[in-house]
Design a protein around this ligand. Structure first.
Ligand code: SF4
Length: 420
């Protein structure tokens, strides 16, 4: 059986595809890079915007056009929300409403019984190796208990569910055989452990998990995926500052820098709570790769709201930024809000923030030049530093692929370089 994968969306979705791949390979499947060689195509969908759903349907038609004999299975977040729409499409032989590798295997290779369950088990199926690159990704949690008004992800992935620390330690030990870095990802990792705690007892948390992983999984560095700033506890800051095993890089969604917009987004924190937490963290670390997601042009966003967002981006020590013009998502509270912002204004506001972010990023790279860095050597002659800087590598990087090296940074034409 030859299987080809198409994956959309976030790191958690890409991790889920790795689990799909591993499960099917364990049942004798051969993963092929070219859809024309495949018997089956698995399309792991995203639903973060309406456009993401459109891209999924396009991918199905494209696979059919490129290989008329192929059978298609649709999985992922969009499939979880629109199963019958996908099931009705030509060549689609099955729909996995989510990310359960056993459900997919039962559809494609029905050797084992299908597990009946409400929400897919977060489960103990361990990922042995991340075939996508030199860094390994580990999904520690799935789903979300928050209710941001623009988001459909939680509708697709359900309530927050954490994997057990013992499973994660076992998986990390396996991944550390192949990867110099493991990235802890999920949908809402700041809530890791909340569903495992009972009553007042707080035995489980993200910081405790990281502490356990560092203690029990040697020879690898850990990186946090996107995490909410207001959910980073003091213990996690200590680990960031003191261990050298959790890299000084944080991606902390801001979404907006005005309380008016944060309220409309149904975010649980204020501008000041976010601002203060980010400053507390960055002041504890000698240097920090700091990124954030920002949505501009959210319904009702005034010029003054945008000015407050711009001022916060200017004040906080960001080294990069992901800026998204608001995109309507059906079936969300935000879609029904009044005062949607004209596309042109949203585009202008996002270019303004992107430009500011590029300036801040360049200033940070110039400040890091001449200093030391711990680089993981990636393919294509580049490496990634602990503080999330991409560095062009001189010398013979291909002979050091996947290795973790200490080296000195230099800057050439505003680009960081290092000799390995
Ligand atoms: S925190 Fe908000 S944006 Fe993130 S997954 Fe949960 S509901 Fe969606």
């Amino acid at each position: 059986m030859k299987v080809h994968f198409v994956t959309f969306g976030c790191k958690a979705n890409q991790y889920d595809t790795e689990k799909f791949r591993q499960e099917l390979e364990a049942r004798g499947a051969l993963v092929v890079d070219d859809v024309r060689q495949a018997d089956t195509v698995v399309i792991n969908t995203c639903t973060v915007t309406n456009q993401a759903d459109v891209e999924a349907r396009k991918a199905i038609r494209r696979a059919r056009r490129d290989n008329p004999a192929v059978q298609i299975v649709v999985a992922g977040c969009s499939a979880a929300l629109y199963p019958s729409d996908y099931a009705a499409m030509e060549a689609v032989v099955g729909v996995v409403r989510g990310h359960d590798p056993l459900e997919l295997a039962a559809l494609i290779a029905p050797q084992s019984p299908l597990l009946e369950h409400d929400e897919e088990p977060i489960g103990a199926v361990l990922l042995a190796r991340d075939e996508r690159g030199t860094r390994g990704w580990m999904k520690i949690q799935d789903g979300c208990d928050r209710h941001c008004s623009f988001c459909a992800t939680r509708l697709a992935r359900g309530a927050s569910r954490s994997r057990l620390p013992a499973d994660l330690v076992a998986e990390a030990i396996g991944l550390a055989q192949h990867h110099a870095e493991i990235v802890l990802t999920g949908i809402h990792i700041g809530h890791y452990g909340v569903d495992l705690n009972h009553g007042k007892q707080k035995d489980f948390s993200l910081s405790r998990l990281v502490e356990t992983l560092i203690a029990q999984v040697p020879n690898v560095r850990f990186r946090l995926g996107s995490v909410e700033a207001t959910e980073i506890d003091d213990h996690l800051i200590e680990i960031l500052a003191d261990t050298g095993r959790l890299v000084p890089h944080l991606h902390v969604p801001m979404q907006a820098g005005s309380d008016n917009v944060l309220r409309a987004m149904r975010r649980w924190h204020t501008r000041e709570q976010y601002r203060r937490r980010v400053l507390e963290i960055s002041e504890r670390l000698p240097y920090l790769g700091l990124g954030a997601d920002v949505i501009v042009g959210f319904p009702g966003e005034s010029d003054d709201d945008h000015a407050q967002t711009r001022a916060l981006v200017d004040e906080l020590p960001y080294t990069y930024l992901h800026v998204f013009p608001y995109s309507v998502r059906d079936n969300t509270v935000a879609a029904a809000l009044p005062n949607h912002i004209p596309r042109q204004i949203a585009t202008t506001r996002s270019s303004e923030l992107r430009e500011l972010a590029l300036e801040k990023g360049l200033r940070y790279r110039r400040a890091r030049a001449g200093q030391g860095a711990e680089i993981v050597v990636e393919a294509g002659g580049f490496g990634l530093t602990e503080d999330y800087l991409r560095v062009r590598l001189l010398g013979d990087p291909n002979s050091r692929l996947g290795q973790r090296l200490f080296t000195a940074l230099a800057i050439e034409n505003d680009e960081l370089v290092a000799y390995v």
